[in-house]
Write a protein that binds this ligand. Sequence first.
Ligand code: AVI
Length: 316
Amino acid sequence: MLEKVNLHSRQHEQFRADVIEGLSASRKTLPCRWLYDDRGSELFEQITKLPEYYPTRTETGILKARAEEIAAFCGERAVVIEYGAGAGVKTEILLGALTNPALYVPLDIAGDFLAASAARIERRFPYLEIRPLVADFTDDFELPADLPKLPPRVGFFPGSTIGNLAPPDAADFLRRVRGHVGEDGRAVVGVDLKKELSVLLRAYDDDAGVTAEFNKNLLRRINRELDGTFDLEGFAHEARWNARNSAVEMHLVSLKRQSATACGRRFSFALGETIHTENSRKYSLEAFRRLAERAGWRVEQVWTDPDRLFAVLGLC
Ligand code: AVI
């Protein structure tokens, strides 16, 4: 309980520090991890079901269609470590296809969410041993020493969340996974691929306005948790393509000259000035291969859909 309170207050302090730093910068920016409070997670769930948002259903389709091959790649008696629990259906497809998985270790920063998704997996796979772990996968951390050391250990990171990390952070993350699974270990990673711009931009600016709501919810969170005074009507959601970084960016655009307070500070906005809230990088297979190699991995398998929208990669 005490640990939960500590984690909560540490997170609150970090959120406050990020808001002060990000909104004081000449180009205002906020880390995308703060998009996921309860409401943000709920909205993201809705996004995954939108007709315009192809990544989730495409990746799920690949996992289903290639489940046997992916399971063979992972090996028998695998210890599966999932980075960011709660991929739900995708986790169930992988675990359901594996031959006698030895252990499932879901990791997530949100303890409640982690417990709920571990309970769901337990109901579906009653004979599988599960060891949920509260951890932030973007930080360095050690796995518990008593986890079985025997290979194969498999890192599972679906959802193209790797695209939300800047390339140096993505490489650090992949190095960390290598450290966790060992030299004999493997990883199965979901990567969103570069494609036609109109398809990309629609996926991040849907007609129903769910992504806009998801983005603006960050201001609502600042208002609630950091005594903010942001006028939500004064900002609009925008999805932009950044060709240099090969990323769809989410911005909150100020619709007027205005100021707002939060954390006891005042932040001013010019008309059209933006808060950059997320990068979602889109990789070519070649660019991802280079990233993986820099981090000590080889891309051994590429499973993709007929339109090559998305790839599930087997690394070893
Ligand atoms: C979680 N992540 C992979 C999503 C993405 O596509 O980058 C987050 C998201 N942002 C807007 N829509 C979805």
